[in-house]
Ligand binder design. Sequence first.
Ligand SMILES: Nc1nc2c(ncn2[C@@H]2O[C@H](COP(=O)(O)OP(=O)(O)O)[C@@H](O)[C@H]2O)c(=O)[nH]1
Ligand SMILES: [Mg+2]
Length: 636
Amino acid sequence: MKQVVMGTAGHIDHGKTQLIKTLTGIDTDRLKEEKERGITIDLGFAHLTCQDGTEVGVIDVPGHERFVRNMLAGVGGIDLVMLVIAADEGVMPQTREHLAICQLLRIKEGLVALTKADLVDEDWIELVSEDTREFLKGTFLEGKPIVPVSAKTGQGVDELKHALQALVARVPPKQLEGKFRLPVDRVFTIRGFGTVVTGTLFSGMIRVEDRVEIYPKGIEAKVRGLQVHNASTPEAVAGQRTAINLQGIDKVELERGDVLGHPGEFAPTFMLDAVLQHLADAPRPLRHRARVRLHVGTSEIMGRVILLDRDELAPGEETYVQFRLEAPAIALPRDRFVIRSYSPVQTIGGGMVLDVQPAKHRRGDAGLAGHFRLLAEGSPEEIFAHHLKQAAHQGLRLSEFLPRTELSEARLRQVATTLQRAGWARAVNADMGWHLHVEALDTLTRELRRYLDTYHQQNPLKPNISLEELRAKVRSLSERVCLMALEELRQQGAVVVERDRVRLATHQVALDDTRERILNELEAEFLAAGYQPPRVEELFDKLHIGKGHDKALLQVLLDQGRAVRLKENVVFHRSNLLKAESLLVQYLRDHREITPIEFKDLLGVSRKYAIPLLEYFDSQKLTIRVGDKRILRGVT
Ligand SMILES: Nc1nc2c(ncn2[C@@H]2O[C@H](COP(=O)(O)OP(=O)(O)O)[C@@H](O)[C@H]2O)c(=O)[nH]1
Ligand SMILES: [Mg+2]
C-alpha cells in the first residue's frame, strides 16, 4: 500500500485550516490558543482516504510569518503540497515564502486551491487564476491544477478532491530499504502509556520492540507501540505519519528537532558541507560567515555559513559552503535544507547536504570544486570510493562510515563489494568491513619501499628492521594495514619478512676487507675474554673503533648469532655462552639446584656476570627461579 503525505502552504487567513476541515472532517487547530485566536500556530494533523484506498496523511501548517519555523518542521517529509491562495486577496508574502521553501526542499507534486471563491465573481476568479499561473512560472507548480473552491458553499470541493486523488496516484512508492529515520515534530505523554513522539517516517521502517536511539542526545529507548492514522500497527514504513510510543524515556528528554533512528546509524555533527542556493529575491548578498538559521529535518539550528570560494553570494547564485553550527545536527547526504536570516527572520536560501563529517576546508582551495561535484553528482560507488581514497592508509570501516551515508548498511556492503570486484577497494579485514582504496595501498607500498631503501642505505650493516619500528616511522601505520601492504610487497618479491623483521629482498649486509678484519678482531676479543668479557665501549677503544658504521659491526656479530647481548653492556661470545650453559646443566643434573653464589664459583666470575647469565638462562626457558635458587625447567 502506497504512503502519501500532503502538506498545506500559504498565507495566513487564506483558508487552509478551514479547507482541511472540509476535506477531512478534522479540525487541525488543536491548541487552546489557536481556538481562541482563530489562527494556526503549530502543525495540525489529519488524514483522508482516497477512493482507491490510499491513506493520505495531511499536515496543516501555520501561515503567520512568525511561525514559518513550525511550517518548516512540517513540510520536510511531504510528497505533495496544496498551496492555498484566497481568491479575494491573491498572492501574499507567505504565499511566496512557502512556495520558495517547497521549491528549495524539492517537493515535486502539488496544486493550488483558490479558496474563498464565494467572495468573488467569475471574472475575478479568471483574473486571479491568470495571475497565479504567472506567479507559478518556473516553479514545480507550473502547469499544475488551480482549483477554485469554497469551504463555505462547497463549490469546487469535489473538483479539488478529484484533482488531489489524481496527484496522489502519481506519487511514486517509497523505497523501504533505507535507514529508519523519523525527525520528531511532536512530543507528548498519554496517561498510562508514557511518552509518544510523532513525525513523518522519512525512510526505512520501524517495528514494535525495536530499539531506537534519540539523536543527537544519544538516549536509547524501546518501541512499545506504533500508530499510523490513529490505528495500532506492528510496523510503520517510509512516508507514513507515525506515532511512536517509547518505553524507558521521559518526555522532558525529547523535543521537536530530535531524530529517531536505529542505534549507531547516525552521528551528531557541528559541520555540514552543502550546495547552497541563495534565493533570487533575497534582499541582500549573503556574506562569508553570516549567521543563519539552518532548518534540516524538523530542527532549527544556528550557525555560520563559510563561503569557500568567494566573500559574498549574490541573490540567485549557487555555491558550495560549509556550515559551522552552534548545536549538533543530525543529517545525511542528499537531505534538503532551508536557511533563514538571523534578523529579520526571513527565508533566504536552501540546498542539499553533501557531507556530514567534513574536514575543515581551506578557503580558496582549488581542489574543492571537483570534490563537491563528485559528492553532488556521483554514484554511490563513486562517492564511497572517493571517501575511501581520502581516508588514505587508514581506510574506512563500514560501521564507522555508516553515519556518513544515506545508504542502508546492506546497500553499503553491496557498494563495497562492487568496488572490491572492480579492483578499486581492498578488504583489510572482511569481518570488520575494513577497506582500503587501491591507490592508497599503492602509495603505501611505494612509501614502505622507499623507507626500507633509505634505511638500508643509512644502516648498511643492519640486516633488517623490526616491523614495529617500520610502522612507527611510516605514517604510524596500524599493524593490520602494514602487514597487508608488506604481504603485497612480498608477493611482488620486493621484500622478505622473517617473523617480525623486514628487509628489501635486494638488501644484504656487505662488508669490505677492512670491516671483515675488524669484525673478526672483535669476535676474537669476545672469544678470548671467556666468561668475563670487557665492556663494549672498552673494547671499541682498545681496537680503535671510532664513530660511524664500525660500531655497528657489533650488531652484525649479534645479527649473525656469533655473539649474544645479555645486557646493555654485557656481550658474550656464543661459544662461551654455550660452555657456561653446559657447565650449568651438568651442575643442576648433579645438585638439582644452584644459588647465585654457587654459580659464581662454578664459572669463577663476579656477580656482575653471574646475575645477567642466570637471568639469560631463565629467559631462554632453560632454568626457572625458585626463591633465590635456580632449577632446570621441567624438573620438579
Ligand atoms: N467566505 C469564506 N470564508 C472562508 C473560507 N475558508 C475560510 N474562510 C474564513 O477565513 C478565515 C481564515 O480561515 P483559516 O482556515 O483559519 O485560514 P488559515 O490561516 O489559512 O488556516 C476564517 O474566518 C474562515 O472562516 C471560504 O471558503 N469562504
Ligand atoms: Mg490555519
